[in-house]
Structures are given as C-alpha cells and as structure tokens.
Design a protein around this ligand. Sequence first.
Ligand code: AFP
Length: 359
Amino acid sequence: MHLGRTTLSKFLLQQLKGIEGANDLGALLVDVAAAVKAISAMTAKGALGGYLGELDARNVQGETQKKLDVLANEALIKSCEWGGLVAGMASEENDEPVPIPAEFRRGPYLLVFDPLDGSSNTDVNVSVGTIFSILSHAGDRPPAEADFLQPGCEQVAAGYAIYGPATMLVLTVGKGTYGFTLDREIGNFILTHPLMAIPPDSSEFAINTSNARFWEPPVHRYVTECQAGRTGERGRDFNMRWIASMVAEVHRILMRGGVFMYPRDTKDPTKPGRLRLMYEGNPIAMLVEQAGGRASTGRERLLDVQPAALHQRVPVILGSRNEVDRIERYHVEHDNGTAHPYVSPLFNERSLYRPEVLG
Ligand code: AFP
C-alpha cells in the first residue's frame, strides 16, 4: 500500500479481500467516512457555522446536548440508513435503537456509535471525535435491543474519527489498526498510518486526578507510584495528560504509547465507571488490541464483558500492554489481599486516603 496515495476505498478493497461480506462492510465504512467528513466540516466552521453552544435538551445519559452532538448524530444516521447495509443503529444520543425507515432495505450489520465524543470540549476548540462499532446481525427481522448486546470480541470492525488540527479516521477490520488523514482539497481519506503499534512500555498516564479520593486502592497505588517518579517504586519519572476527550487520549497512545484510565470509582456507586461499553469502551478496545496494546476493566479483558444494557458504563484501563498488565496485577493483589501495605509519600496523615485501612 503506497503511503500518501492509497485512498480509504482502495485500502478497503485490498484489506477486505477474501472476508465474507467484504463488499457490504467496505461500503458501510465508506458511508461512515462520509458522515465523518460532514462532521469534520461542521467542527471546522465552529462559531462561524452557528454550530457551538448547547440545546435545552438532555440525552439518555442525562447530559445537556450540544448542538454538534445532535448534528453529528443526524449526519451518521442519514449517511448510513439508506444503503441497505445496516439492520439498525444505536447511539449515545438516542434512548432506544434507531430503526431503519420502512422505505429502505435492511442489511447484515448493526452500527453503534458515540457521534461526538468529548463534546464538552467543542465550545473551547479542543479536539473531539466520533467513535463507532460494527456488529453482525443475522436474519431479516428488525433488531431488538438484545441483538446489540454482543461482547466486544464479536465486533466486525471499529474505528474513530478525531477532529483535531487534522481530521483522521482510525479503523480496524480485525487485521491491524490503520490511520487515514482527510485531504480536504480532494475530499478523500488517504492512508498515512499503516499498522499503528502501541509501544509496550510507557512513562505517560492519563486520568482525571480530581477524582482521586473516589478511586479504588489499586488505581491509587499505580498513580501514586507514577507521581513518585524516580524517587519511588518505578525508578523513573512519568508525565501526565488529561484532555477530557477519550479519542484524543487514545490517538496519542496509539502514536506514542501511554495508559488511559477512567476506572471504577465511588463517586457514583450506581455507575461502574463513566465511559459507555458499547460505543466507547468496545470499539476503542478493539483498536488498541489490534495495535498490540491491552484494554481492561481492571479485572477482566474489556472485549470479554457481556453487555447487559445498551448504555451501560464500564471501567476502562487501556494502552501500553505492560502498564495495563501492572494495573491489573495491582487489582488482583488488592482483591486477594496480597497488596503490600505501603505509606504513600503523597498522602499525609490528614488525607482521606488511609493505605493501612484501604489496603
Ligand atoms: P463528553 O462527551 O460528555 O464530553 O465526555 C467525554 C468523555 O466521555 C471522554 O471522552 C473523556 O475521556 C471523559 O468523558 C472526560 O470525563 P471528565 O469530564 O470526568 O474528565
């Protein structure tokens, strides 16, 4: 594949050769890419297009909707509903699955997506993204919610778009993770990052440390060791990032390694994490694993989680595999009581964190 010359369509023809249903899957990915181009154009215009600001509506998550949330959602639905490739769709912005209108033929795939991830960043001009997951749907009846509840290891394809200085589309069909850059002048995605690979080790972590008092002890242990740097257990200094756009964090990790954590915490005991399994955790986990990284809940492989509800949340720890392995080991040691008691240099006596109590 010739870097800088291979278009998305040419790549898909080559990559999907021999895969059952290749033409339909390739055509669906092209339809998703068309929606991404439309969303990219809107995010690039920002205030000039009247696309910023909030609506006085809330989504199924109870979050206020940004104008771009709704516009991106509509772009994906309108681009993918008519091609006879999709049996149904599910979106972060819709309570129920989105049916295919009666005038269109249904197809063999389910498309699940977060149309605009990181949307709290749109008005402050920070990178945001679109995340999508493609599952199979057998039979010609309209899918019920239960048909969507497949573990992430069943995904046929997954990807994200990142609307940054450049708009990129990063996707996998199960044969590696590939990055395409949008050439706005010709309106084509061009292959620029073949076979993206996450370094197994890293000295960079991403977590919202304002939640530290709510973390479980193994997460505290890992972050405290990173913060202790060369003076502590790890013997080297670490760097921290937090963009509050998962797609931007993940793209950095795909490019140079690192670990991203939005772990289970006690902030809201009804929620086992902030991120949603079906259209954030699973597609990103597939991309990360296809790039040689790992994705975990802290206690199990993320792609093995059996979904119980369309909008369920999941703890997410992903990135450089040796760091994710370490964090998982800390969870195992904590859960089986073998975590060594240690006094954190960063939590003085008055802190809420009592290692001797929390273990
Ligand atoms: P929004 O789409 O509501 O901005 O949430 C983005 C996100 O789901 C994920 O992309 C970020 O990593 C995470 O939330 C940021 O969460 P905090 O705002 O709690 O840091």
